[in-house]
Design a protein around this ligand. Sequence first.
Ligand code: 6PG
Length: 479
Amino acid sequence: MSAQIGVTGLAVMGANLARNLARNGYTVALHNRSIEKTDVLLEKHGHEGNFVRTESLQELVDSLETPRRVLIMVKAGGPVDSVIGQLAPLLEKGDIIIDAGNSHYEDTRRREADLATKGLHFVGVGVSGGEEGALLGPSIMPGGSRESYDSLGPMLEKISAKYNDEPCCRWIGTDGAGHFVKMVHNGIEYADMQVIGEAYDLLRSGAGIEPAEQAKIFTEWNTGTLSSFLIEITAEVLAHTDATTGKPFVDVVVDSAGQKGTGRWTVVSALELGSPTSGIAESVFARGLSSQRDQRAQAQEILAGHEGSVALPETFVEDVRLALYASKLVSYAQGIDMLTAAAKEYGWELKLDEIASLWRAGCIIRAELLDDIMKAYATADGQPANLLLAPAFAESIAGALPAWRRVVSTAVQLGIPVPVFSASLAYYDGLRRRRLPAALTQGLRDLFGAHTYNRVDMEGTFHTLWGEDKSEIEAVDTH
Ligand code: 6PG
């Protein structure tokens, strides 16, 4: 029996993707470095579809129909290079290697270019939805050549999540585009979780609402504009009581958030692209700060707070909901801005409406909001330069604005850190402000480094002779 696809790397994500493929009618060849994992999978789930057991990569390759499709699901970084190194010599021109892990897009670009010289297609695929998504239908973001998608796309679309029967899988663009988009998805995921955390902290420390009660609030919020997977599971986590102590589960968990690196990559790449991704960056920094446990322990003893007392408005809970909504919207706007900048930089024709559409189901950031975001970019009358400028969002954020300002100033008074709420508000105000102090920055740069400036009232590039008579001369642009 020849298999339509091979999967190598059968830890949970790889095993679940293999099962998803088999459950959808594909014959799947299985390979793992140690045969035990393959056998456990076959023993537990062999009845779910057609699997071919293989003990070596050569056997895996021999079991496949041509052009061969081999999906790698191993740890990002060195392990991916190592599997490719063993696999590529066994393949023939036109075969496809698929990397479905969270690889860095620059690695994907490098691998794609390298394998292309051997006539092989290399497809970096972003897969989101965690273990359950991999099994039941993830959101899938494939990059690589258009030609490879003709052969691979139908399979990926079939196993992907569906939103109103539409597959949450589209060809994203060449080389590393799929992994780039997945990386940005994760940056938004970080910000999304951080704003939820800030809302929780404000409701708990500001308004004294206990986790079980908050679970009801989040459940309620999940029925409105905030409706999303992350809000839904927030209610679940907050409602959970620790069996050992009887305390709210959230109170027995150490308050240091881990990270595998995709959020950090998003911010590094945003800096390189010059895209002001401040909310996403603050969410990564917030995890970093949470992990500095020694410094935090000392600071708790040494640093003053001088918190003010604030009478909370009756609308406080609703205010927090609106601040959460507005800040979340800014994170999406910033993530999308990065996509636009990257499309220019890397020559990808990213279709923002399609990307939003495939985040509507299956992935971790799936949310009602994404259907509206998709519509904002699906317009025929020119796409908005920034998500916040789409008429529907400009209006909804205007509605949230008074509450957003109240919440941020209350948080500041109470000494409750809200880095993403406040950075998002600063971004919003920065974006809409008629004059920014960047004019002064330019003046300073010109004074100490002759970096030149442009004028508001005439064309050209200028420099002031600061150390002489302060007269202005036309200059070569060096800003
Ligand atoms: C997904 C997730 C998944 C995972 C990341 C983030 O889309 O299914 O983003 O890829 O949760 O690895 O994990 P960290 O929070 O550890 O960076």
